[in-house]
Design a protein around this ligand. Sequence first.
Ligand SMILES: [Cu+2]
Length: 178
Amino acid sequence: MVQEVVWTVSIVLMGVLAALFAWVAVGANTALADYGPMVASAYRARTWLFGLAIIVLIGVNYDTLGKLPYVSSLSVTSSGAAIQPVDAVAEQWAWTISPNTFTVGQTAEFHVSSKDVNHGFALYDPDMRIVAQVQAMPGYVNVLRYTFTRPGTYRVLCLEYCGVAHHEMNADIRVAAH
Ligand SMILES: [Cu+2]
């Protein structure tokens, strides 16, 4: 998988960069007193602020990264509920979505692809607010997870202009209350 190669290369390069930074930081241990009291206290404040920024960065990432709609390798949600696989296939000019009925709280894993040209899979909630989207591409299966939070009719529209009847590309997904 291309993503796995990119991921591995990124991690390795980040590691090299971190090692370089550490090496420079260790080598630059000029005594603070050499700078005079004003500069020394500014450097000390900078060190504290840098530490604080690192802690905030780790905290924010820890809290938010898991909420990205990308697929984890787990086939259950964090609460242990089963995830429903859903085929979503685009073609000029219609969607085939199966299954297309769910219940509130259920997590769908859309396997989005296209039979012809690029389309855009966009999921709208019952108020027609977009809640998730991914590209529908010929030759690829893009995976998108979404947990339905409200009963009603969700809609799938095409977000990528794909020809004269592009505006006809919509489909309903019905979500029942418990
Ligand atoms: Cu389209």
